[in-house]
Structures are given as structure tokens and as C-alpha cells.
Write a protein that binds this ligand. Structure first.
Ligand SMILES: Cc1cc2nc3c(=O)[nH]c(=O)nc-3n(C[C@H](O)[C@H](O)[C@H](O)COP(=O)(O)OP(=O)(O)OC[C@H]3O[C@@H](n4cnc5c(N)ncnc54)[C@H](O)[C@@H]3O)c2cc1C
Length: 454
């Protein structure tokens, strides 16, 4: 019977394994650490529920609700409170609400008159058609304005990638924005055309897609998939090498010994790929993947007494552009997003420190990180008492940066898949950095392995 090995039990590997097993294909999932879920980790303590990694899943494609249904988790899914949609961006050291409607930007104090004028002018800015790859910063400055970049887009890049707009690629990190320019010649004309189409089809805009978690946090999903996979999931089993035999099978060397499979799906991280020995007749060079930047990030989850917090903290959270000179990248209003995240009369806030903006801060001690966050939150949210709950998680290699030139990594993965039959790659370093992207990548990878077998 043909079997598949999956390397990595993050959400990508677990999703792929779950669907391969469902299709009757024997799988073994090798996971280096002693727990499934990769970046996802939820901790319930002292009546608080802290998310140490990601916080929400954006329901951007049908594969996501399908997985929740197939995993039997519909009754445990919690969508964000409809009152928690408000997002804030810091301006002049205060959180300012983002306009609820796109036209609201013209009356919002977030941008000055020059940027508002730039928005009116944008449909008349000629699209760039020379095929050159631009950074997010260059793209936004060319089509809109420097202020638009510094005040809004810089905050957004920190919120999604913990990244630097001067390095992130518009083509790879924000492909939908680039597609608007390519297809419609303008971001505004493109947005209007898509809005008209959505009115007809009933589709939901990506930025309006529902967001969810589970009653006991995001870890419910990987824990459930892991339980369904039973002994197919081998924890504390780092894979060291894989070798293609002359008969076409793959030998997988892990800390548990060598096993034989007809296909291998790599769902680990990009930065760990170069440490794997891949021996195949075709020369496969994985050393290049050490060049993918993964800046460190610390997630600092703090609980406060409601009475000690001046700001209402109702909404999704706030993002902070670099020019505002704070050390945190942004804060999620976790207890406003979902019920049961903090005890009655308390507030739970999740702040991020580090990223490309301040990589040197992310590895500070727990005490220093709590102090950094409290100093910033004192000014931004009017918090005048120390936290009553703390949970700090350090991610030394947090989020892969889809910087200018990222296409060479994707091309190398395509080439390796073509030259080594039975070897597949999926995950956050190739298919998009969000959990929704990872779920869709896991589903698609399971299909590719099934097709290979048939
Ligand atoms: C702090 C933080 C906050 C985030 N917030 C959000 C959010 O709110 N919403 C959102 O959509 N996304 C968010 N993300 C991104 C999202 O969490 C990730 O993109 C996603 O979890 C990636 O899943 P993955 O399975 O591809 O990789 P991972 O979760 O990294 O899993 C890879 C797994 O492979 C294992 N592995 C690697 N090499 C080997 C080997 N040789 N042998 C065996 N096992 C190996 C690793 O141990 C790991 O468990 C956040 C990420 C971070 C770090």
C-alpha cells in the first residue's frame, strides 16, 4: 500500500494529513517538537485564555469552513463579536478609529489633505507595465503618497508580516493589490469594479471576511486534527534526511529510525529546510532557503483590571506606524474579540514586540518585555496599574518575509518538485502567511499527493 510521509505538524501538515487519511492513504506525520500545532498555542490559566501565537482565522476561502465541518468543530467555533470590528491606527500618540466605510477616509483625521488629494488622483496615475518587481513602499508612494505609506501602510505591514514595507514585495506579499493595478490600471477603479461584482455574486470582500477562533482558543483545531490522526502523528521525531532509492521510494531518516514512503510532503519551515539532507539523483539545492528572512517577534499577553484601563478597548485592536515612536507594533483587544478570554471585570490585551522594526527587542527578558508594553499602553490606552496576568512567548523565527525577490524561492520549490517525483512542499514560506492560506495549502497539497498516487 502506498504511503506518504509529512514533515511538520503545523496547521499545514495536519490539514494535509487529515485529508490524506480521510482519502484512505496511510500517512505518517513527523513533528520535531513534543506538541502539534506549530505556531498555534492557546493557554488557559487563571481564567484567562492567552494566544501565544496567532489569534484569529480569517475565513477567506471555502476550504476553511469545510475543514471546520469535517473536523466536527462547528459547535465550538466562535466568530468575532460584530461590535469588535473597529480597528484603530495610532496618530499623534492616540488610537484613531479607521473609517468603517472606504469613503470615510476623506473625513478621517488619520490622513492629511495631501493624501486625500492623492486618493482622488490615484485613478489617473499610469500603471507600471515594465514587469519590474517593486517594494510595497515604492508601490504605495508611486500610486498614492509618502504620507499614506508612513501613516497607514507601514502599520498594516507590521500587523500582517511584522515586516518592513521597504523590503516587502508588492507582487508576493500583497498580490491582490498588484493585481488591481495590473487588471484595472488603478486600485480605486479595481476596488469599485470588485465591489460591483460582489454586489451581484454575494461574495464578501477579503477584509470583511468573518474571523473566528474556538471556545478554548485556536489550539482546538490542531489538537482535534491530531486526535483524529491518532498514531499516524509522531511527535518528538525530527526528520534529518530523506533519500530517494533507485526504485523511486523515499527513505525518511528521523530520530526514530528509517521508514519507507512513496511520497514526502514537506510542511516545515523555510529556515529549517537547509538543515535537511535531501539525497536524490537530481541535484536539489536547499541552501538558498536560509536567505528567507524570519524576524523574531514576542507576543506579550497581559490582563488588567477593567477599572485600571481608561480606553474602552472595544474593537479588534490598534496598529502603530513606526513614525509614532512606540516600541510595540500593535495590540489586539483580545477580550473584546471573543467571550471568556478574561475573568469578569478584567481586560485581556495581546501586544507584539520585535519584527523587522525592532528585532533586537523581541529577545529581551520577560520582565523587560512586560515593562516595554506597559510603558506604551500607559500612553496609548491610559493604563495606570500593573497587569494582573502575564504570558510572554518568544518566536525567534516568527513570520517569513515575502520580500522583493521572494519569487526565486517559489521557483526553486517548483523546480525541485518537477525534478524529484514524489517530493512536495507546502506551507507558510510558499503559499501565504495566514492560517487560512496554510489550511488552503494543506488541502491543495493533499490533492497533489493523491493525484501523484493515482
Ligand atoms: C506571533 C504570530 C502571530 C500570528 N498571528 C496570526 C493570526 O492572528 N492570524 C493568522 O492567520 N496567522 C497568524 N500568524 C501566522 C500563522 O500562525 C502561520 O503562518 C501558520 O501557523 C503557519 O503554519 P505552518 O503549518 O505552515 O507552519 P508552522 O506552524 O511553523 O509549523 C511547521 C512545523 O514543522 C515542524 N518541523 C520543521 N522542521 C521539521 C523537521 N525537520 N522534522 C519534523 N518537524 C519539523 C516544526 O516544529 C513546526 O511544528 C502568526 C504567526 C506568529 C508567529
Amino acid at each position: 500500500m502506498k504511503s506518504a510521509a509529512i514533515i511538520g505538524a503545523g496547521i499545514t501538515g495536519l490539514t494535509a494529513g487529515f485529508y490524506l487519511q480521510k482519502a484512505g492513504i496511510p500517512v505518517v506525520i513527523y513533528e520535531a517538537s513534543d506538541r502539534p500545532g506549530g505556531a498555534i498555542r492557546s493557554i488557559r490559566k487563571e481564567s484567562y485564555l492567552a494566544e501565544c501565537g496567532p489569534n484569529t482565522i480569517l475565513e477567506t476561502c471555502p476550504e476553511i469552513p469545510q475543514l471546520i465541518q469535517d473536523a466536527g468543530l462547528v459547535s465550538r467555533r466562535l466568530y468575532t463579536d460584530s461590535n469588535a470590528e473597529a480597528r484603530y491606527v495610532v496618530r499623534d500618540r492616540k488610537p484613531v478609529a479607521m473609517p468603517a466605510h472606504q469613503l470615510g477616509i476623506f473625513t478621517s483625521p488619520l490622513l492629511g489633505w495631501k493624501s486625500k488629494w492623492a486618493l482622488l488622483r490615484e485613478p489617473f496615475v499610469a500603471p507600471r507595465r515594465d514587469g519590474a518587481e517593486e517594494s510595497l513602499a515604492d508601490f504605495v508612494t508611486r500610486r498614492l503618497s509618502r504620507e499614506f505609506l508612513d501613516r497607514l501602510v507601514d502599520a498594516l505591514a507590521a500587523g500582517i508580516y511584522a515586516g518592513d514595507p521597504a523590503r516587502l514585495s508588492i507582487t508576493h506579499a500583497f498580490p491582490r493589490l498588484k493585481a488591481l493595478e495590473d487588471q484595472f490600471g488603478s486600485l480605486i477603479k479595481g476596488q469599485m469594479a470588485l465591489a460591483r461584482r460582489r454586489k451581484k455574486t454575494g461574495e464578501v470582500a477579503r477584509d470583511r471576511a468573518p474571523k473566528f477562533s474556538f471556545d478554548e482558543g485556536l489550539e482546538v483545531l490542531p489538537a482535534t486534527l491530531a486526535a483524529r490522526l491518532k498514531e499516524s502523528l509522531q511527535l518528538s521525531s525530527p526528520v534529518q534526511a530523506m533519500t530517494r532509492s533507485p526504485d523511486g521510494t523515499w527513505q525518511v531518516l528521523s530520530s526514530r529510525g528509517t521508514t519507507s514512503h512513496q511520497a514526502i510532503l514537506y510542511c516545515g519551515t523555510g529556515h529549517q529546510l537547509p538543515s535537511l539532507g535531501i539525497h536524490a539523483p537530481a541535484q536539489l539545492d536547499v541552501s538558498v532557503f536560509s536567505e528567507i528572512r524570519y524576524p523574531p517577534v514576542s507576543s506579550v499577553v497581559l490582563g488588567f483590571r477593567r477599572a485600571d484601563v481608561a480606553h474602552a478597548c472595544s474593537g479588534f485592536g490598534m496598529l502603530i506606524p513606526r513614525m509614532e515612536n512606540f516600541r510595540i507594533l500593535g495590540t489586539l483587544f483580545s477580550s473584546s474579540l471573543f467571550p471568556n478570554r478574561a475573568p469578569e471585570g478584567h481586560v485581556l490585551l495581546t501586544s507584539y514586540v520585535g519584527g523587522e522594526r525592532f528585532p533586537e527587542l523581541a529577545g529581551r527578558t520577560e520582565g523587560e518585555l512586560v515593562d516595554i508594553v506597559c510603558e506604551d499602553l500607559k500612553i496609548l490606552l491610559g493604563i495606570h496599574a500593573p497587569p494582573v496576568f502575564k504570558r510572554v512567548s518568544f518566536h525567534p523565527k516568527a513570520i517569513p518575509q515575502y520580500n522583493v525577490g521572494h519569487g526565486r524561492f517559489k521557483a526553486q520549490l517548483d523546480s525541485m518538485e518537477n525534478r524529484a517525483p514524489g517530493l512536495f512542499f507546502a506551507g507558510h514560506f510558499r503559499d501565504g502567511v495566514s492560517l487560512g492560506d496554510s489550511i488552503a495549502a494543506g488541502v491543495a497539497a493533499a490533492r497533489r499527493v493523491q493525484n501523484f498516487f493515482s
